[in-house]
Design a protein around this ligand. Structure first.
Ligand code: PNS
Length: 162
């Protein structure tokens, strides 16, 4: 039976840190479903469709990776997709408390589902979508933070958005 993992997130926008985790997850699983959260409570910089398009463009060459979106509970979505694990990147101790809480909640809701944390590569320790938004909105260079092929699309949207 093929082992399926889910990499969930807001991906608003996708960063090099996300790509690093997706690539590493795809070495461990037969299929990796990247699931973009539809969160009506948040006002995103990129629509769901745009976020999925950006992810598709940058993962084009990764055969095992599928880009989807979901709303509602991740634990339920994982069941629907027959996923055995959620894979997330863990950057620093500051991430830990919230991630641990989510992992335990998901375990309670779906006891079959494991959460696997991959240690973020040192070069992406500090990186987050909100940091990318902040730097780009003030006209800063985000080339070390986002995939080169997406630079213009991401930068042009975020520049001036404060
Ligand atoms: O990139 P983010 O915003 O840190 O991703 C958070 C995400 C999407 C993983 C999390 O918000 C989530 O799983 N939301 C779905 C709702 C849910 O299942 N909640 C219960 C577990 S906390």
């Amino acid at each position: 039976m093929s082992k399926i993992a889910i990499c969930p997130g807001s991906f608003d926008p996708v960063t090099l840190g996300h790509i690093d985790i997706i690539k590493r997850a795809s070495k461990m699983f037969d299929k990796v479903i990247v699931a973009v959260l539809v969160n009506p409570g948040k006002k995103p910089s990129f629509s769901i469709t745009e976020r999925m398009e950006l992810l598709r463009e940058v993962t084009e060459e990764l055969d095992k990776v599928e880009i989807t979106s979901f709303n509602g509970l991740l634990a339920e979505y994982a069941k629907e997709k027959n996923a055995v694990a959620v894979v997330k990147g863990l950057r620093a101790v500051s991430d830990f408390e919230y991630e641990f809480q989510m992992a335990l909640t998901n375990k309670k809701l779906n006891p079959e589902l494991e959460t696997i944390f991959l240690t973020t590569s040192a070069k992406y320790m500090y990186l987050s979508s909100s940091m990318v938004k902040q730097v780009a909105s003030f006209g800063g260079d985000i080339s070390d933070f986002v995939p080169a092929c997406l630079y213009d699309k991401i930068y042009n949207r975020l520049k001036g958005e404060v």
